[in-house]
Design a protein around this ligand. Structure first.
Ligand code: HEC
Length: 244
């Protein structure tokens, strides 16, 4: 259903946006007990493979940390490990991944002695710590609901108003290259027929007017939608897709 993208032809325009100028790397303070057990070596490469984001483990303070502050992400016996980060697109993606089904399975797949060393069930502790969405992601949610929500399930609030056969944002978020897809959605079918991006797309040809009420977005809004989608936990592509 989803075609692999060939980004080459529009990569120049797309990749000059500020959000993409960012390095897809961040540093993570990892306490020795986690590193020495081999857990960090197990966890980080699997995340990078999924997302293309590289995490540099360090012993001092970094962009993010595993410790006793922040969002609970896994437990080890009575110890609850938390993830703490300055909000940013890259660390947000990691946080969402840790809390997603795929992330949880990866955490629990670490079995140096044949039994899982960590449990990813932090449901009780998690309830009080809902990750705040800040900055552009807030605008992205609003714009996404307004401009994409008549077809896509953006989140639970428009679940009943979208078109069931259109992939939900959570489903799309599960693709390794989700970010490319969102940043370039306006060149991907079916959008070119009804989408205008300010200062980017040409007006619809007069003999091919938009067949439906067109959507008009700015690059800033696309960036904001992408920042919002980064905060969505990916739907597990292995599980049956919920009827929408
Ligand atoms: C009129 C309906 C409609 C609207 C409005 C719409 N989309 Fe879509 N979109 C679709 C359909 C249908 C597909 C699935 C295409 C397919 O299966 O190949 C899709 C697919 C996508 C994909 C995946 C494309 C791919 O090929 O991987 C992305 C990303 C996406 N939409 C983003 C958006 C964003 C962002 C907005 C709002 C700014 C939006 N869409 C508005 C109908 C819509």
């Amino acid at each position: 259903m989803f075609k692999k993208l060939t980004l080459a032809c529009f990569s120049v325009a797309v990749f000059s946006w500020p959000v993409l100028a960012q390095d897809k790397t961040f540093s993570l303070q990892t306490p020795d007990v986690l590193t020495d057990s081999g857990f960090i070596k197990h966890l980080l490469p699997r995340f990078s493979l999924k997302t293309g984001i590289r995490i540099k483990p360090i012993t001092g303070a970094g962009d993010a940390a595993f410790g006793d502050k922040g969002v609970p992400v896994f437990t080890q016996g009575d110890t609850v490990w938390h993830f703490d980060a300055n909000k940013g697109p890259m660390t947000d993606v990691f946080e969402a991944w840790l809390l997603s089904d795929i992330g949880k399975r990866t955490i629990e797949a670490f079995k140096p002695d044949g039994t899982p060393m960590f449990s990813a069930d932090v449901s009780i502790q998690e309830t009080t710590e809902v990750a705040a969405i800040t900055g552009d992601a807030v605008m992205g949610e609003a714009v996404g609901l307004k401009k994409c929500g008549r077809c896509h399930v953006v989140n639970d609030t428009n679940r009943m108003k979208a078109i069931g056969s259109t992939p939900s944002f959570a489903l799309l978020r599960g693709f390794d290259d989700w970010q490319n897809r969102f940043e370039a959605f306006y060149v991907l079918k079916p959008h070119p027929a009804f989408t205008q991006v300010k200062d980017v797309t040409d007006p619809f040809a007069s003999h091919l007017p938009s067949p439906i009420a067109p959507i008009e977005v700015t690059l800033e809004e696309i960036e904001a939608i992408t920042a919002y989608v980064a905060t969505i936990a990916p739907a597990d592509l292995g599980a049956p897709i919920q009827s929408q």
